[in-house]
Design a protein around this ligand. Sequence first.
Ligand code: MEV
Length: 305
Amino acid sequence: MTGRACGKVILLGEHAVVYGVPALAVGIDRGVEATAERLTDDGASVLCLEGSGEVLVTDDSDLARAFHEVLSASDVSAPMRVTVHAELPPGAGLGCSAAIGVAIGRALGEALGQPASLEQSVARAMAWERVFHGNPSGVDAAVSAQGGCIRFVRGEPPQPLRLATKLELAIGHTGQSSSTKTMVEGVARLRARRPAVFQKSLDGIRSLVTNAQLALDAGDLKGLGQLMDLNQMLLSGMFLSTPEIEALCASAREEGALGAKLTGAGGGGCVVALCAGNADAVVARWQREGFSGFVTIVHPAEGRT
Ligand code: MEV
């Protein structure tokens, strides 16, 4: 009994979304697959996560606690064996954690003969996410469960967006992982120290997101790229960028990308570059520079109307 969930890229609005600013995010085809089966004995449920070995739900670890939360949110009391295969690097800003939560929640639903609805998938992923992230806005869980392109405001149902044209994205990995929880806490400290300056950044990001939504609707990729570059400037001003992120963005722009920025929590992880026929060249350039990367295309059909 299998459940799948997609990874994600935030086009604009990460971190600000924690404080109620809208974010624009897309699902990507790399994701997570989970399988669930009922154990025949009366032992504890087991989670097999590639790279982390086997975890019993009764263990004293965050993984075990998150597993317990997602089992409870799925109303599962019978012992289960859940196996997870992730095609996404962890701690890279591509929504690996939320996708694991969605995929497990879906696999459990299938195994119990009660397939999870969209809302149930998001609720199960949020139960998983809260253990690791403390204060998640919910954007990762929403886009991982729904796919396509969404506008997300914290506490509101995600709004599917129609894409006027395909988005060709190059995703580059700095090679460093980062903790979303730590980065979100760092931003909260910045907000407490300099509330007025922080509010100006939030206002700036809000206006970039509004314009980016118009650009997406009009198929104005050049405009969208420029707005992503401006978002990157504001994110660097919030101390979320690193020399590697800046290097990846600069190389992408030199190769002709329309815009480039960190995606997700920053402090390492991935950058996203919006391309127009040159995503392969951008990834090849990153590889020559010692970084890894891949191309992903978001098709208009994946954005719902
Ligand atoms: C992480 O993918 C996105 C952040 O905005 C955190 C969140 O929204 O929960 C950094």
